[in-house]
Design a protein around this ligand. Structure first.
Ligand code: 5GP
Ligand code: MN
Ligand code: MN
Length: 315
């Protein structure tokens, strides 16, 4: 059931013990929204913790309290008055959903493709980031942002907007970011930290780009990484940012071997609805940034995704 922000704020206010979680393969917005709200709730005297069922990428070490994010331990039960699932629908939270006994579950998200399965859902697809929602939520709840909370929220807004360059950036996004900068967030420190790569990661990107292929008269740029190549392409972080600059491209994506007959697809577009393509394969996302998982042989998966993209391009 969709609820208003005020109702969501009331649910949070009514809870004393809160568990926050988000999606697997965590990004700046999933980590920023959960960790930032954890800081705020603790400052309000509540008992709050963050559970994420995945490894936290190194670049996020810059965020205050990052070491307090817990990975759910197998066989352990967690209890809370409220479980808040941020930046994703309930089913993509790994083992967390089943490990938590919460009186109520609240979903806060900005993905148009949210399956709306949550009993309580505050969804705002007009916002660039879940952290942008968090900014409003804290305003509704009252009290002030600490620099710790502000730093986390700013990071999610910055990463989900490509540092305020993507089409999802609105006057509200900028005003919310300005509020956080006024509290003391240093945009340069976050930007530098988010861009940081090890030598090995840079070399992995170089190896990935060597596999670049163009399709549909240059409207699509893609990198396909099979099981063999996956050994040397250890990261795809930043790969799509490198592809999107190619003149004439409408859609850029990669397809990477995950495990036996399973491939991860990540897409970016300049207007073509890639979330519809992803949804066709059980994935989701936003119009210009989406992902899904494909099954089958490498050649089948490659053909399938290319055909689906071709169809969407010709809509
Ligand atoms: P990325 O390509 O960076 O992994 O994801 C782009 C966007 O699509 C993000 O907002 C992400 O949450 C969403 N997304 C990626 N993969 C999936 C998926 O398998 N299911 C759903 N529902 N959303 C996804
Ligand atoms: Mn996210
Ligand atoms: Mn997000």
């Amino acid at each position: 059931m969709k609820i208003a922000l005020e109702q969501a704020a009331q649910m949070v206010a009514d809870a004393q013990t809160v568990i926050l979680t988000s999606h697997i393969r965590p990004d700046g917005d999933s980590i920023g929204s959960t960790l930032g709200l954890m800081h705020y709730l603790r400052e309000q005297g509540k008992d709050a913790r963050v559970l994420i069922d995945d490894e936290i990428p190194r670049i996020f070490r810059v965020l205050p309290g990052i070491e307090q994010i817990e990975r759910p331990a197998e066989g352990t039960r967690y209890t809370a008055d409220l479980l808040i699932v941020c930046d994703v629908e309930l089913k993509r939270t790994g083992a967390v959903l089943d490990a938590v006994d919460a009186v109520r579950v609240l979903n806060i998200d900005h993905h148009v493709t949210n399956d709306e399965a949550a009993e309580y859902l505050y969804l705002n697809p007009d916002y660039a980031a879940t952290c942008e929602i968090m900014h409003d939520l804290v305003h509704v709840m009252g009290g002030s942002f600490s620099l710790d909370a502000a730093t986390c929220f700013y990071t999610g807004m910055a990463t989900d907007t490509g540092f305020f360059r993507f089409s999802n950036t609105t006057p509200h996004t900028m005003r919310a970011a300005a509020d956080l900068i006024e509290i003391g967030v240093k945009p340069n420190i976050i930007a530098v930290a988010m861009e940081l790569k090890s030598y090995d990661e840079v070399m992995a990107q170089v190896r990935a780009i060597k596999n670049l292929e163009m399709f549909y008269d240059g409207r699509v740029a893609a990198v396909f990484i099979d099981e063999e190549r996956a050994k040397e392409v250890t990261t795809t972080e930043g790969l799509l940012d490198a592809l999107r600059v190619i003149e004439g491209t409408q859609v850029v994506f990669f397809m990477k071997w995950l495990e036996q007959d399973t491939y991860r697809v990540s897409m970016r577009s300049k207007g073509t609805n890639v979330s519809r393509i992803a949804q066709g394969f059980g994935g989701g996302g936003h119009i210009r940034a989406a992902g899904c998982t494909l099954h089958g042989s490498f050649d089948e998966a490659k053909k399938t995704i290319l055909e689906a993209i071709g169809e969407e391009l010709n809509r």
